[in-house]
Design a protein around this ligand. Structure first.
Ligand code: EPZ
Length: 419
């Protein structure tokens, strides 16, 4: 099992170009099924989750080539509507294939993604919307969903919760549906805007992404080939900002879109980081010791992102004062706390609330990543801790960070991967 070995105490210094967004590229990879043509996707991060999506695309018959962060997908050769169940277990985002395959072929079979480390991760909102569009859904056997619709019909869908995945699945299902689809209480994340831009290039009329009402004009027949560059990963950017904050470093991030990280910038400034923002660059200098932040709640965009919660817990664990962090999105997203306690953090958990009493220094320890962002938080803690920290089970981290040790070493971290 690979692990990362980190020697703490280095102030990070230097420039980093932020990679393309995992949560933008995954739905866009699924969307390439729609046009039965050529799709060139640039600035694609080389992540484990991306490789799994590429495996699925090949399994259903696409021709795929991936090199130098560009992936080329020819979906004219799709010859199956079945996403093998094992993929749903390996990566829950595979549910995003349901909408495009169903829309183009009238039927789709995908494994139920089931829960994951951070919560049960239901898909009721996805299925409820697809049923409203005329889909018949049945569980062929436990855990596999078969969906069929002679012709999907556009519908006016009110989401009970602004689910990112459900918003994306409905957008993709609506492309070949008869008539228009409206998604109300839609998720407003920047990754939804990137998906809209991709679909617009394909020739689909989609508008409203980034607001709570998205309108998709259905009834499409022939769609265009697409060339598209993925937006930057705002969570990876936030993670590097927290790395500068926790080490008192001075880091410049390039290839960012500042307004996508306003909530992160505001909290980083509140704990004492100095941040200058230029067009597509941001410079951050961490304080000698961060100040505690009274309360941070994770919220749907544009609120503070749940995907940055673990990183903030790590940062606040060495802050001056006591912070409260409330995880309002997922049921079980504090697994990093147990590991941080082993490094000398003083954190009390009360359901979805963490009370973090900052300590002067953490101590290096042998810890284990339990999920993607929790693993990143342990790396951050190791960067600041006294002595050596070993982070085990880093397969979780590789799902969302491209060679994290290379990027952090580039700005002065003492970190190495041991296989
Ligand atoms: C996306 O997951 C992201 N993943 C997650 O990032 C992110 O944490 C999440 O959005 C919230 O921002 C990708 O984009 C690939 P949701 P998704 O549907 O779509 C409940 C990371 O670390 N819900 O917005 O699964 C659900 O249980 C990952 O990069 C239902 O109840 O998130 C959760 O409590 C982790 N029924 C809440 O909504 C449904 O049908 C938010 O889920 C769907 C969701």
């Amino acid at each position: 099992m690979s692990k990362l070995v980190i020697t703490g105490g280095q102030k990070l210094k230097g420039d980093l170009v932020v990679d393309g967004s995992k949560n933008a590229v995954l739905p866009i990879l699924a969307a390439t099924v729609l046009n039965g043509g050529l799709n060139v996707i640039k600035n694609c991060p080389g992540l484990k989750d991306v490789h799994i999506m590429i495996e699925i695309l090949k399994k259903i018959g696409c021709k795929v080539k991936f090199e130098d962060n560009t992936v080329i997908i020819d979906s004219s050769t799709v010859n199956s509507t079945v996403v093998p169940e094992e993929y749903a277990v390996e990566m829950r985002s595979s549910i995003i294939f349901l909408g495009p395959i169903l829309s183009r072929f009238g039927r789709a079979t995908v494994g139920h993604p089931g829960g994951c480390d951070i919560g049960p991760r239901p898909i009721d909102l996805h299925l409820k919307a697809l049923k409203k569009m005329g889909t018949r859904i049945q569980d062929i056997q436990s855990g596999v969903i078969f969906s069929e619709a002679e012709k999907l019909k556009g519908a006016d869908i009110q989401l009970d919760y602004p689910s990112v995945g459900a918003t994306e699945n409905i957008m993709l299902a609506a492309v070949y549906a008869e008539g228009d689809t409206y998604i109300r209480n839609a998720a407003k994340e920047p990754e939804i805007i990137d998906l809209q831009n991709f679909l617009n290039k394909m020739g689909v009329k989609v508008s409203g992404a980034g607001t709570s009402v998205i309108h998709i004009v259905g009834g499409n027949t022939k769609l265009n080939d697409v060339e598209h560059a993925i937006i930057f990963d705002r969570i990876v950017a936030g993670t590097y900002m927290a790395a500068a904050g926790i080490t008192g470093g001075s880091v410049t991030l390039k290839n960012i879109i500042p307004e996508h990280i306003n909530a992160i910038i505001s909290n980083m400034r509140e704990c004492g980081c100095r941040i200058n923002v230029k067009k597509s660059e941001l410079h951050i200098s961490g304080p000698a010791r961060p100040k505690a932040i009274d309360i941070i709640r994770t919220l749907p965009y544009p609120g503070f992102p749940t995907d940055m919660q673990a990183q903030m817990v790590a940062l606040m664990s060495v802050a001056r004062g006591t912070s409260i962090i409330v995880e309002t999105i997922f049921e079980n997203r504090f697994m990093h706390v147990e590991e941080l306690l082993r490094m000398g953090a003083d954190i009390k958990l009360e359901g979805r609330l963490a009370v973090i009493k900052g300590v002067k220094r953490l101590t290096g320890a042998n810890v284990a990543a339990r999920d993607l962002r929790g693993g990143a938080a342990l790396v951050l803690a190791g960067l600041a801790a006294e002595g050596e920290t070993t982070v085990n089970d880093i397969k979780h981290i590789d799902r969302g960070y491209e060679i994290i040790e290379k990027k952090l070493a580039q700005i002065g971290a003492l970190i190495r991967r041991e296989v």
